[in-house]
Design a protein around this ligand. Structure first.
Ligand SMILES: C[S@@+](CC[C@H](N)C(=O)[O-])C[C@H]1O[C@@H](n2cnc3c(N)ncnc32)[C@H](O)[C@@H]1O
Length: 263
């Protein structure tokens, strides 16, 4: 298979956009809604009155939540369908968010435009992560921050299996092939909580994946010129895990990490 570029990746996401928007708005993106986004917002510095950029905004759920914190947001995605859905909902909700179609590796903004940038679960989806980080650095004002979340590279490895006890409870993850990261591979999957009936007629998402080791991630952030400020591995607290067993497995290993860095 030829090496995928960000534009190839964009086509896969455009094909996912309709089902992804429908299902996530029905509440099936449980890891986002119950684990990742709450931790992301808790970690976010005060953005009231600041000018920010949301990179890979998807259908815009997280853009809207950050706009609710008082930020002036510009949000973009490489998929025109996602941008359409995000724009439509922001307008229904009477939120003043600027949307555009663009790629993270070619940001259509002048140097030093934004006070901050965010990217929720999009930075691991592009093959040119170093270029994207350099672009974010370029468009931030000095002192501006970038906060992004990705799948945790240590626990979402090429070799990966649930380990369960006699009662079927997940107790561990078997990981391997860590130093042979996933590159240029299309993963086919669906939000785990979508009921069987609803799955009929909805094709699985096809998501190109590009992983790196943890040290590679840290080094490309540092090489882009950023100073690391804060690092969080979100997981469901006991009450959430009890109430929503679907996310209880986030207490076994860190499925995600969120990093905050400054220019
Ligand atoms: C897992 S979704 C996350 C969407 C949203 N941020 C959220 O948390 O719900 C990843 C998003 O990244 C977008 N994406 C992938 N490559 C991109 C690129 N080069 N530039 C901009 N967006 C990109 C996809 O179209 C998709 O909307």
């Amino acid at each position: 298979m030829k090496q995928l570029t960000h534009n190839d990746v964009g086509k896969y996401w455009d094909d996912n956009a309709e089902a992804w928007t429908k299902l996530s708005r029905m509440g099936y993106d449980v890891y986002r809604d119950l684990v990742n986004t709450p931790a992301f917002l808790e970690m976010l510095p005060d953005v009231n009155g600041l000018y920010g950029l949301d990179i890979g905004c998807g259908e815009g759920n997280n853009t809207r939540l950050i706009a609710d914190c008082g930020a002036h947001l510009t949000a973009f995605d490489i998929s025109s369908k996602f941008v359409h859905y995000a724009q439509q909902k922001a307008s229904e909700d009477q939120l003043n968010i600027t949307h555009c179609i663009a790629s993270a590796v070619e940001l259509p903004f002048p140097d030093k435009t934004f006070d901050f940038a965010v990217a929720t679960m999009s930075m691991m989806d592009l093959p040119e992560q170093e270029i994207a980080l350099a672009e974010v650095y370029r468009i931030l004002k000095p002192g501006g921050f970038f906060q992004f979340s990705i799948c945790h590279p240590c626990f979402t490895t090429r070799r990966w299996k649930h380990v369960r006890d006699e009662a079927g409870r997940e107790i561990a993850i078997e990981c391997g092939d860590y130093f042979n990261p996933i590159v240029n591979e299309i993963e086919k999957w669906m939000f785990s909580q979508v009921p069987t009936e609803l799955r009929k007629g909805i094709p699985k998402f096809k998501v190109p994946h590009f992983s790196k080791t943890l040290s590679d991630w840290l080094n490309i952030i540092i090489d882009a010129g950023f100073t690391l400020k804060h690092f969080v591995e979100p997981y469901a607290d006991e009450e959430t895990a009890h109430k929503y067993p679907a996310v209880a497995d986030t207490r076994v290993v860190g499925y995600f990490f969120i990093v905050q860095c400054r220019k």
